[in-house]
Write a protein that binds this ligand. Structure first.
Ligand code: NDP
Length: 513
């Protein structure tokens, strides 16, 4: 029994993530294998899959990038990001076994010869390892490189499956486009080379266990869905807050900003999952059909409403976790007069039967008081005040996506004593406590889904374009006007005052971070 098989035997006994059936043998070609995402997230995610027997034991990964490296260098650099010996899954034999599956190919993304050599290398590996011709191309490169790689894959004949039994798929990272026009252009290019069924547009938020649990919570239980509508819900709040600053992504952030980076993708995805109708089945087409209906029902932002319904912000110097931190404009790589927004809050309406009149408040930002991603459903108050004199809080259902994954429901309870006093209490479900293990990395979930041909948690061409169609008018309006006086919130706060006004002008308030 080799190290991998021994580990699998161990995993079967104890492990929730153990795969009863390994995936098809396959060859993963990772473009941008020398980069941050590949090393920090993707290779550890693949190791996790190998460890839990989700990858076929004879899978191969070929890292493709311009940096000169030998196989050993690549394995060494990958090994630095795998769990340490004392961490779960870090026992060295298992890591070594995994690393032996990795190989490296130095090539330029624009060089047709590199793709001709790649064809030969893939054929060799396929033959040697009997991989059945199954191939996954992962584009972990900056967005401006996606189109060129896709075009070359097409020209080299690598986009078509090698036989009727084999599959070829491509994972494309986010951001998918810079605006609606560029997303359409990218879709056209990718669809001229691959069929939609081969394309997996990734938004790693959708791989989070708690995001998937939202669907189970709503549609796997009989008790919540009857309340999930305008008759019982006053409003919805979705927050994706980070306490980190721009870190080493200034170049990207300067041209992207929070609206593109977070709202267009993650936050609108969460909105779709909260607001969608029940799909007929938990299959890709059914789920995606329902999700896109939500995006199509969101009232478009008219120019005159943007100034009232959308707030942008940028952090100045402040304190996070008791430590002083610089403002955005003082971060390395950021222009001293940058107009990039590091915070967005907005109010939107889903104009359909279920949600008519229920506002959705969305906010995201960097350098906020604490990291928190949550969806809060605020219910209407009881229709008649039986307990006079008591100030009853509204009931809230909070789905915590990260960091303390779980769900809590707040309601009023009588506090002990002779008087009738009502106090808000919570019923809590916590992932770790209930299941004894934390959620798996989103990338493990999504890569596992892709190699099994399961596309439910990936974006379809039409939904990416629909999300851009909502965001484009805001970007246009911002472009045509000067930015508000930035910075307009101190690092470590809950965001700009104007965001509070957005909710308070409706008689509501944001949940504290
Ligand atoms: P990197 O900047 O680290 O780039 C990845 C690799 O691409 C580099 O190692 C480099 O490899 C090559 N590369 C970099 N710039 C260029 C260029 N201008 N032209 C051609 N090749 C270039 O990116 P990340 O790994 O951070 O991100 C990869 C993709 O994943 C991006 O689309 C990003 O938006 C997305 N993403 C990243 C996340 C993260 O946490 N890093 C999170 C979510 C999405 P070489 O020079 O060796 O060819």
């Amino acid at each position: 029994m080799d190290a991998h098989s021994a580990d699998v035997a161990e995993a079967t006994q104890t492990d929730a993530y153990y795969c009863e059936v390994p995936s098809d043998p396959c060859l993963i070609v990772m473009f941008g294998a020398s980069g941050d995402l590949a090393r920090r997230k993707l290779l550890p995610a693949l190791y996790d899959l190998a460890l839990h027997s989700c990858l076929a034991p004879r899978f191969r990964l070929l890292g493709f990038a311009r940096t000169g490296m030998r196989d050993d260098d690549f394995r060494k650099s990958a090994g630095e990001f795998l769990p340490k010996a004392e961490e779960p899954g870090g026992a060295s034999g298992k890591k070594e076994d995994f690393l032996q599956h990795l190989q490296y190919f130095k090539g330029d993304y624009d060089d047709p010869d590199a793709y001709q050599q790649l064809v030969k290398r893939l054929e060799e590996l396929d033959r040697e390892r009997q991989l059945g011709g199954n191939r996954l191309f992962y584009l972990a490169v900056p967005p401006e490189v996606y189109m060129r790689i896709v075009e070359h894959l097409g020209k080299a004949g690598l986009a078509k499956p090698v036989s009727d039994k084999a599959w070829t798929r491509v994972i494309i990272e986010k951001p998918f486009g810079h605006d609606g026009a560029s997303a359409r252009e990218l879709n056209e290019k990718v669809l001229s080379v691959f069929d939609e069924s081969q394309i997996y547009r990734i938004d790693h938020y959708l791989g989070k266990e708690t995001v998937q649990n939202l669907l189970v919570f709503r549609f796997g239980n009989g008790i919540f869905e009857p309340l999930w509508n305008r008759n019982y819900i006053d409003h919805v709040q979705i927050t994706a807050a980070e306490s980190l600053g721009v870190e080493n992504r200034a170049a990207f952030y300067e041209s992207a900003g929070a609206l593109r980076d977070m709202i267009q993708s993650h936050v609108l995805q969460l909105t779709s999952l909260v607001a969608m109708e029940a799909p007929a089945t938990f299959e890709a087409t059914s789920v995606r059909n329902e999700k896109i209906k939500v995006l199509q029902s969101i009232r478009p932002f008219a120019t005159e409403t943007i100034w009232k319904s959308v707030v942008r912000g940028q952090y100045g110097p402040g304190n996070v976790d008791g430590k002083p931190v610089p403002g955005y404009r003082q971060e390395p790589g950021v222009k001293r007069d940058s107009a990039a927004e590091t915070f967005v809050a907005l109010k939107l309406h889903v104009d359909n039967w279920r949600w008519s009149g229920v506002p959705f408040y969305l906010r995201t930002g960097k350098r906020l008081a604490r990291p928190l991603t949550e969806i809060a459903i605020r219910f209407r108050q009881a229709p008649h005040r039986v307990f006079r004199g008591e100030n009853l809080e509204e009931n809230s259902l909070v789905l915590n996506i990260q960091p303390d994954e779980g769900i809590s429901l707040s309601f009023g309870a009588k506090s002990p004593g002779a008087q009738m006093h009502i106090q808000s209490v919570t019923m809590d479900f916590q992932y770790k406590r209930a299941f004894g293990s934390g959620p798996r990395s989103a990338y493990s979930t999504l890569i596992n889904d892709c190699i099994r041909g399961e596309a439910t948690l990936f974006d379809r061409a039409d939904s990416v374009e629909a999300a851009w169609a909502l965001v484009d008018p805001i970007l246009d309006a911002w472009k045509s006007a000067s930015a508000p006086p930035f910075p307009n919130y101190p690092a470590g706060s809950d965001g700009p005052r104007a965001a509070d006004d957005l909710a308070s002008s409706d008689g509501r308030r944001w949940r504290a971070l």
